[in-house]
Design a protein around this ligand. Structure first.
Ligand SMILES: [Zn+2]
Length: 336
């Protein structure tokens, strides 16, 4: 009996087909960097991941709630419009070519249905689309008006500035939205998975498209503290998003209020705030009831009316799940 050995090209083709089965996805030539010049957890935060739930439900890539229905990208936010106005660069996540762009859309936080209607056909606001070859594209949205610094056909390197973080288009907080597409379809850059693939409870990022350090730092997804402090009056959430932290309390303030500002709280979370006064006694404290639903962003406070006694105060903020703290921060403040 004769054994036929297939020609080399047939074997190579077979190997290539086998490789395609084992590694079914084309990918970037390089690992993705962050789409903005900032440090996650310090001056920027992942507010939303992609929605991995193909139906009407919501699931972030780690089976949490840090997303919303139909969201196809990663929202990397700064705290406030005041931070955005200081200028935070949006940068290319990988080498590529500018395929398209838009600028000229005003920065305006969407608060009402009328605001939303005003950006109906330009949800992305000011944006840039990069082509990376291999069927891979990245798109950057909500950039600050007149900040786009590239033009169509420009070659960019990873880290090159494209514009600045803003709130143009459909934005309720200042951020850059990054959509990553593979062969025209959005994929989750955190896990490298298609949006229809569903979430992974163990949070594995073995196939992340990001540099491993970035994936690790940006993928926490749970309750995060954006700020805390002692103010002279109750804090207003809308004012936090516009102006950032309120002025610190002083001895002439009409009240003394300990406040905390959070993102990605979960249904059932409780928030504990305590302020210990200069004499070591509890000046004000509050334990919230369990949240009735998850809160993308949230602020709360506890305090007392009347001019505060000057001295050192200790503020404690905790987020509790099943009465166990999952986030805790203590900070001393001097009122003078
Ligand atoms: Zn988004």
């Amino acid at each position: 009996m004769m054994v036929l050995t297939p020609p080399a090209w047939v074997r190579n083709l077979a190997l290539a087909m086998l490789a395609a089965l084992v590694f079914p996805t084309v990918s970037f030539a390089q690992q993705l960097g962050l789409p903005a010049e900032c440090t996650p957890g310090k001056d920027c935060f992942v507010q939303n991941f992609v929605d991995m739930d193909a139906g009407s439900g919501v699931s972030d890539p780690f089976c949490g709630t840090a997303s919303y229905d139909g969201h196809d990208g990663l929202d990397l936010r700064v705290r406030s419009m005041a931070d955005a106005e200081r200028g935070v660069a949006v940068i290319a996540a990988a080498d590529g070519t500018v395929e398209g762009l838009r600028d000229g859309v005003p920065d305006r936080l969407v608060a009402t249905e009328a605001d939303q209607a005003a950006v109906a056909d330009m949800e992305c606001g000011n944006g840039v689309l990069l082509d990376h070859g291999n069927g891979m594209q990245t798109q950057y949205c909500h950039m600050r008006q007149s900040s786009v610094t590239v033009k169509k056909g420009d070659r960019v390197r990873r880290g090159d500035k494209l514009g600045e973080i803003g709130a143009s288009g459909f934005a309720t907080f200042p951020h850059v939205h990054l959509t990553v597409r593979r062969q025209g379809k959005p994929v989750d850059p955190m896990t490298g998975r298609s949006l229809a693939d569903g979430c992974l409870k163990d949070g594995t990022q073995a196939a992340t498209l990001f540099e491993p350090d970035i994936a690790k730092e940006s993928s926490k997804g749970g309750p995060t503290l954006l700020g805390l402090g002692l103010a002279g009056q109750p804090v207003d959430y809308d004012a936090l998003v516009v102006s950032g932290a309120p002025p610190a309390a002083n001895a002439a303030s009409a009240n003394l209020v300990g406040w905390g500002w959070f993102i990605n709280l979960r249904k059932g979370d409780r928030i504990y705030i305590s302020v210990v006064g200069p004499d070591g006694d509890i000046f004000a404290e509050n334990m919230s009831p369990p949240l009735d639903r998850s809160k993308a962003s949230y602020s709360t406070f506890a305090g007392k009316r009347g001019k505060p006694r000057p001295g050192n105060y200790e503020l404690t903020i905790e987020v509790l799940e099943n009465m166990q703290p999952v986030l805790q921060q203590k900070q001393d403040f001097t009122v003078e």
